[in-house]
Design a protein around this ligand. Structure first.
Ligand code: SIN
Length: 196
């Protein structure tokens, strides 16, 4: 379901699930938020970004969701209601779809507090997207993240803030990919600083 369809359906309330920069920087008004997870997807730094955290010359590595029946991905869902719905969707359409290359989808979100699961909108970049970069080793991904910068900020900030969110808000979740990429990026940054 596309955001415009949701508006057309005159939803008075909508949940929006974030699993990347939205977890620490939603930048839209919302009523409340909940930490929780979605099933059937794994989070990977396999999407390219030539606007927010990288450039055409050196695209950044940012997260997308890859279908995997055995996986789940933790993040934050934000509930927007009333006039917030349209404002959030308009803002996110530019940030995620126009600039980020993400498509929108509806998934079931399962809150950590065991309150009932709710359908939530999320932004996902598919493998046929021109910006898609695909799998690479944590060392390769970390090396790219260590040096990329875009109009919103450094790629390293994006990675470190996401890892910090997971450690603080989801300490029980072993996100091997995220933490391996974080270690690799920090090793490259340390090396570059020491070489100066
Ligand atoms: C995004 O939401 O995907 C990009 C925003 C950012 O990198 O801060």
């Amino acid at each position: 379901m596309k955001p415009q369809d949701i508006i057309a359906a005159k939803s008075s309330s909508l949940w929006i699930f974030g699993y990347g920069s939205l977890v620490w920087k939603p930048d839209f008004k919302y009523k409340r938020s909940k930490v929780g997870f979605i099933r059937g997807y794994k989070r990977r730094f396999w999407h390219g970004d030539n606007f927010h955290r990288g450039s055409d010359e050196l695209p950044a590595r940012v997260v997308t969701l890859i279908p995997d029946d055995d996986a789940s991905t933790w993040g934050v869902a934000f509930e927007v209601s009333g006039a917030q719905v349209e404002a959030a969707l308009e803002y996110l359409n530019v940030r995620e779809a126009v600039r980020g290359g993400y498509n929108s989808e509806m998934v079931m979100f399962h809150p950590e507090d065991n309150s009932p699961s709710v359908p939530a909108l999320l932004y996902i970049a598919t493998t046929d997207n021109p910006l898609y970069m695909g799998p690479a080793t944590p060392a390769e991904i970390g090396a790219r993240i260590a040096v990329c910068e875009g109009r919103t900020g450094h790629n390293l900030e994006y990675l470190l803030r996401l890892a910090a969110f997971m450690r603080t808000s989801c300490p029980h979740v072993e996100d091997h990919h995220l933490y391996a990429v974080e270690s690799a990026a920090l090793a490259v940054v340390t090396y570059l600083l020491e070489a100066q």
